[in-house]
Ligand binder design. Structure first.
Ligand code: PHB
Length: 370
């Protein structure tokens, strides 16, 4: 938007160091990668990110490859860390003299349904005010934006899962050049990466576990149990440089527009990480919003803004469906009955026996059209 001459102010509750210290998602849809290029923030992603044409699903002691390129009709994904993308966006913002106000606390939107909404925030002891035409509520699940929509307007849909993912980042060569999603009796595991010298691994853990319960050694031992033998034998372990537990949640809030405030990303929707849709769903909101804003500012056409909530939600729900499906197929549920386990097996057997089923998985994983 800045490149198009539209003035924006970013309010960030945390410091830049805090934001850049968090390890987040790592798989970008090809459409999102294009959006980064449009924003002239794709150079380092293109130089350092990896194109992945497929990934593996491991179960019953072996792994099977999903050929994304073949089954999606030529598309792939880019493996590049969200933290690195954020760093690139920050740097581009600085270069353009764009405003990012860090440590902005007690942010409150006001007069949202009027033509002249404004925000107030506190920095240190001082209260500040920002007048604007539009507010983009991209302030996360716990942010103030969604909570500012009246109860009789907002509808929320939620499913929680009885487990979390324990994630470890380590400066080791990844066990596989492509991701491995593993279904196992002891629980789900994922082998991912940030580069060919930086690995990211996850294991499903009970919600009652905390990071302190898991030494690096215990983590590696459990991960190996859940991988096929030939993969476990190849696993290179090392000290963790980050370790955290994330609970799994599916959540959607409707509508995504209230007055002149537009919700985007986690403020409106959360997915479990199993389908790698979280960051990508946020990016798809921004794709719709960017084009709607361009039509409004360049042509005076409000149609895109009016259609934003409906269009964004249609795609958001498809990402919800896909993430839920991947989660249900690959995790061990504490109350699982033997019937459920056989259904999970059958789901995988069907998937790898049907080009149509593989096509459905692939088109969702590389990103549905905007
Ligand atoms: C990750 O690398 O952090 C990652 C990759 C794929 C997922 C979830 C997380 O589905």
């Amino acid at each position: 938007m800045h490149l198009q001459g539209i003035d924006t102010v970013v309010l960030e509750q945390r410091s830049r160091e805090y934001v850049l210290g968090r390890i987040r998602a790592g798989v970008l849809e090809h459409g999102f990668a294009d959006l980064m290029r449009t924003a002239q923030c794709g150079d380092r992603m293109d130089a350092e990110g990896e194109i992945h044409d497929g990934f593996f699903i491991a179960y019953n002691g072996t792994k099977r490859r999903v050929d994304l390129k073949k089954y999606s009709g030529g598309s792939s994904v880019v493996v590049y860390g969200q933290t690195e993308l954020t760093r690139d966006l920050y740097e581009a913002r600085v270069k353009l003299n764009g405003v990012v106000i860090h440590n902005a606390e007690d942010v409150k939107p006001h007069d949202i349904t009027s033509k002249a909404p404004y925000l107030t925030y506190r920095k240190g002891d001082d209260i500040h005010r920002v007048d604007c035409e539009f507010i983009i509520g991209a302030d996360g699940f716990h942010g103030v934006s969604r909570k500012s929509i009246p109860d009789d307007v907002l509808n929320e849909f939620e499913r929680t899962y009885p487990f979390g993912w324990l994630g470890v980042l380590s400066r080791t060569k990844p066990v596989s050049p492509e991701l491995i999603y593993a279904r196992h009796e002891r629980g789900f595991a994922l082998c991912s990466l940030r580069s060919q010298v930086l690995s990211r691994y996850y294991i499903q853990v009970p919600l009652t576990d905390s990071v302190e319960d898991w030494s690096d050694e215990d983590f590696w031992t459990e991960l190996k149990h859940r991988l096929p033998n030939d993969v476990a034998d190849q696993l290179i372990t090392g000290p963790s440089i980050e370790k955290s537990i994330a609970p799994l949640r599916s959540f959607v809030a409707e509508p995504m527009r209230y007055g002149n405030m537009f919700l985007a990303g986690d403020s409106a929707h959360i997915v479990p990480p199993t389908g790698a849709r979280g960051l990508n769903s946020a990016a798809s909101d921004i794709f719709y919003l960017y084009h709607a804003m361009m039509d409004y500012y360049k042509k005076g056409d409000e149609k895109g803004l009016e259609e934003y909530s409906g269009k964004a939600l249609a795609r958001v729900w498809k990402a919800q469906r896909f993430s839920w499906w991947m989660t249900m197929m690959l995790h061990r549920f504490p109350d699982q009955i033997t019937y459920d386990g056989r259904l999970q097996d059958t789901e995988l057997e069907y998937l790898f026996s049907s080009e149509t089923a593989l096509g459905s998985l692939a088109e969702n994983y590389v990103g549905l059209p905007f």
